[in-house]
Design a protein around this ligand. Structure first.
Ligand SMILES: Nc1ncnc2c1ncn2[C@@H]1O[C@H](COP(=O)(O)OP(=O)(O)OP(=O)(O)O)[C@@H](O)[C@H]1O
Length: 304
């Protein structure tokens, strides 16, 4: 028999909202600033610049009841360094259903925009998707993965939505748009390697060490969707956020987190072996993991 103290009265609000399913209201959408800070500090490894800028820009934006335009973040860096992961952390701290919320829309170049010959169709499709998304809920998040592979010009079709608060009676200024790309990764990596070679601390790297080259590179790069983009031309991207290559110690942290996520007791010995099984560069010094933390979660299964 259950003790009286453990008897729970059903929560009416919770039951009511769960019954009707996810809606665009404060029960399902509520920004957790402390949660975002804690997640960035405890779950995202080795990205002090990204962590700081993302916290400040997302908090500032979400706490503003009347923003003038959507928040547009552009995340750049090598593979497996946490660009997708951080987008999930942002969504987790806005939506009750996190990244799986129906108000989080993820577009991938290979899935949604595979053929360069279809640009005209993609442009109108994308406009329609964005318009419908925001009509359903003005607090929507749109994530564009593999941005560097989206055919040039497609993204420019959403410029009016980023530019003005309201288009054709639809309000866009409360949504967040996140671009993820590898454009600029080589230069970010080179800067990190140079810092390391000069004996400087990783934490000494600052946004200004990257800002000067990220936006011209993004703009000029031939294979980039940002190429000749009016988004950059008209300064519609709010911040360029560099993701740094990850070191052995960060990969160990990722391996420990992966074990924890899988309900396994984290084991430093296993994490060390999984991290050491990866390939590192520069060739001689072997400081940065070529694929970041991308494959380490699966590798922890190999060592028991
Ligand atoms: N900095 C990090 N801190 C914690 N975990 C990380 C980090 N980077 C990567 N990971 C882990 O590795 C997985 C793969 O990383 P993620 O997909 O975010 O990489 P990415 O930078 O988006 O790479 P790509 O450019 O190839 O898409 C994540 O789901 C996460 O578990």
């Amino acid at each position: 028999v259950e003790p009286f103290s453990s008897f729970k009265i059903p929560n009416f609000t919770e039951t009511w909202n769960s019954f009707w399913g996810e809606s665009c209201n404060s029960y399902w959408i509520s920004f957790n600033q402390t949660g975002l800070k804690a997640d960035l500090e405890n779950k995202l490894f080795g990205q002090h610049i990204a962590s700081d800028i993302i916290f400040k820009s997302v908090s500032g934006f979400m706490n503003d009841d009347n923003p003038k335009k959507p928040l547009v973040l552009s995340l750049h860096g090598p593979t497996g360094t946490g660009k997708n992961f951080v987008s999930q952390l942002i969504a987790d701290n806005i939506y009750k259903k996190g990244y799986h919320s129906k108000f989080v829309h993820v577009f991938s170049a290979t899935l949604h925009f595979p053929h360069r010959s279809e640009i005209v169709t993609y442009k109108s499709q994308l406009q329609e998707w964005i318009k419908n998304g925001v009509t359903n809920c003005e607090r929507s998040v749109f994530i564009f993965d593999e941005m560097n592979q989206i055919p040039p010009g497609v993204i420019d079709s959403i410029k009016p939505y980023l530019d003005y608060g309201k288009v054709e009676g639809v309000f866009f200024q409360k949504s967040i748009i996140i671009f993820l790309s590898n454009t600029g990764a080589d230069q970010i990596t080179k800067t990190a390697v140079d810092f390391w070679k000069n004996g400087k601390d990783r934490e000494e790297m600052m946004l200004k060490d990257f800002e000067s080259f990220i936006s011209p590179i993004v703009f000029n790069s031939d294979q980039s969707s940002f190429s000749k983009s009016t988004l950059i031309d008209s300064c519609l991207l709010d911040v360029f956020i560099p993701f740094l290559p990850l070191e052995y110690k960060h990969v160990v942290q990722c391996a420990m987190a992966a074990m924890r996520d899988k309900g396994r007791q984290p084991d430093e010995n296993v994490a060390d072996r999984a991290a050491r099984s990866l390939v590192y560069y520069p060739k001689l010094e072997k400081v940065f993991a070529v694929s970041g933390c991308k494959t380490v979660a699966n590798r922890v299964h190999l060592y028991r």
